[in-house]
Design a binder for this molecule. Structure first.
Ligand code: Q46
Ligand code: ZN
Length: 300
């Protein structure tokens, strides 16, 4: 690991990753022992490794898999669900499964097409649905915190995109911990300081079976392009990605992105689902579902 000027054997590496994770959990005050953690798992290396690490550290962590219904000829969703279920059953862990099409009427690609949201990509609808469902399950089933497997490469790419646009409100919200607020679960990213290849090495050395393919809709996305750019920088200057992210966290901490008082929005509970929304009416998720269902009804 050139960025840390550190070389470890398998045995020590498999100890080092959980030790570091625990350090980040404590440093950013993500959660403590005794709290109930819900880990959002996608079947990929990061989220399954996160679940594995938390369980090894002795935390009380259950999983949540969201079936998006993205098959696209490669059975992406079915295969990722199979791997999450296998992971959970082999270790005797509890996994909640939410099937979007069964619960809300249509799979994500159909919802995106019918609602005309997002430019030819279902990612906007997908992100909206995932945020809504993760929060719903965490809140309704009494979890204290929702943990996701975002790694340093993910966070640095998001940061890069937000910086290119100087998106103040997004920069303000990008954090290893988002505290709970009425109707919204606390959200944490315990792997945010690990490089993607560090997580790949962990999954491999632990023998975790995960889905190698990315979601087919990720191809050609800005985030993949930014990751490639940052990897070029990292090759020439090892450690750049980590410094970019950590210096941002320091700047954020020291108030560089403090919100202007007039930008504070008041939130109301959505009359349908109860989740907080800035509009007086239905939240964006419930509005999207209502539009899709009424259009589908008309078509039939
Ligand atoms: S948003 Fe887009 Fe991802 Fe959803 S449709 Fe696939 S690429 S899974 S993180
Ligand atoms: Zn709603």
């Amino acid at each position: 690991m050139r960025q840390h000027k550190l070389a470890l054997c398998k045995e020590h590496y498999l100890e080092w990753i959980p030790e570091q994770t625990e350090r980040f959990i404590n440093k950013y005050e993500m959660f403590h022992r005794g709290e109930k953690i819900l880990v959002a798992v996608s079947g990929g290396k990061d989220s399954l490794s996160l679940w594995d690490i938390l369980v090894r550290l002795g935390y009380q962590a259950d999983g949540l898999y969201i079936g998006l219904g993205i098959e696209e000829g490669i059975g992406y969703s079915s295969e990722s669900q199979r791997l999450c279920e296998k992971f959970a059953s082999e270790r005797g862990l509890r996994l909640h499964v939410v099937d979007v099409a069964k619960e809300y009427g249509q799979p994500i690609p159909v919802m995106a097409e019918v609602s005309h949201r997002g430019q030819g990509r279902p990612c906007a609808v997908c992100g909206l649905a995932k945020r809504h469902i993760m929060n719903r399950i965490a809140r309704d089933l009494g979890y204290d915190v929702l943990a996701t497997g975002h790694n340093l490469d993910d966070e640095a790419a998001v940061l890069f995109g937000n910086t290119l646009q100087w998106s103040g409100s997004f920069l303000l919200r990008q954090s290893p911990v988002l505290r709970e607020s009425p109707g919204l679960a606390r959200k944490v990213k315990p792997l945010c300081r690990f490089y993607e290849r560090e997580m790949a090495a962990y999954a491999l050395l632990r023998g975790i079976e995960y889905i190698y393919e990315e979601c087919p809709f990720a191809e050609g996305s800005n985030s993949i392009y930014y990751k490639e750019l940052l990897n070029r920088l990292e090759t020439d200057k090892p450690g750049s990605k980590l410094i970019f992210y950590l210096r941002f966290l320091d700047a954020r901490e020291s108030g560089l992105f403090a919100p202007a008082p007039e930008t504070q929005v008041t939130l109301h509970p959505c009359p349908n689902c109860g989740q907080p929304t800035s509009t007086d009416d239905l939240c964006s998720f419930c509005r999207m579902i209502a539009t899709v269902n009424s259009k589908m009804e008309k078509e039939n």
